[in-house]
Write a protein of this length. Sequence first.
Length: 182
Amino acid sequence: MRSINVGLPRDVEWQGGIVTTGIFKSAVSGPVQVRPLNLEADGQGDLRVHGGVRKAVYAYPHEHYAYWREQMADFDFQLGVFGENLTTEGVLERDVAAGDRLEIGTAVFEVTLPRLPCYKLGIRFGNLDMVKRFWRSGRCGFYLSVAREGLIAAGDAIRLTRSSQDRPCIADVFASRGRDVA
């Protein structure tokens, strides 16, 4: 795993109002406690649509950063910029399906859903077009539930256990939901 990123919700100005968001994440060093609904020192801004048991932790593949750096050369792509808690390596959306398990450190996670972007991604990038760009890219990352609490750290290996070969991969689920959006 490349990095662990956390951040607490903050209020930001948007379209003349105030929006609370937890999308601003920063990489941390050392071990981090995995809890049932999130990571230590992390939080979600709107629990009606973010967080909860099925969206406790968000993973985004490090491999996608090269694509985004090519697309947006003027943007400073620090790890965690997509709001991900885990910047993974070696596990892409086409490699996992709902129900698959990832063992990292002493914690165990279960893959649940692709990330479906909302306007807060546009706020994070200072560009509301980013939501459509994200959809078009197919590079969505995936949410994880916590199957076993534990400690994780950047550099930990990720051990993937497939639950079934019969389930659609996260990339296909994302593509099927985004056909009319992009």
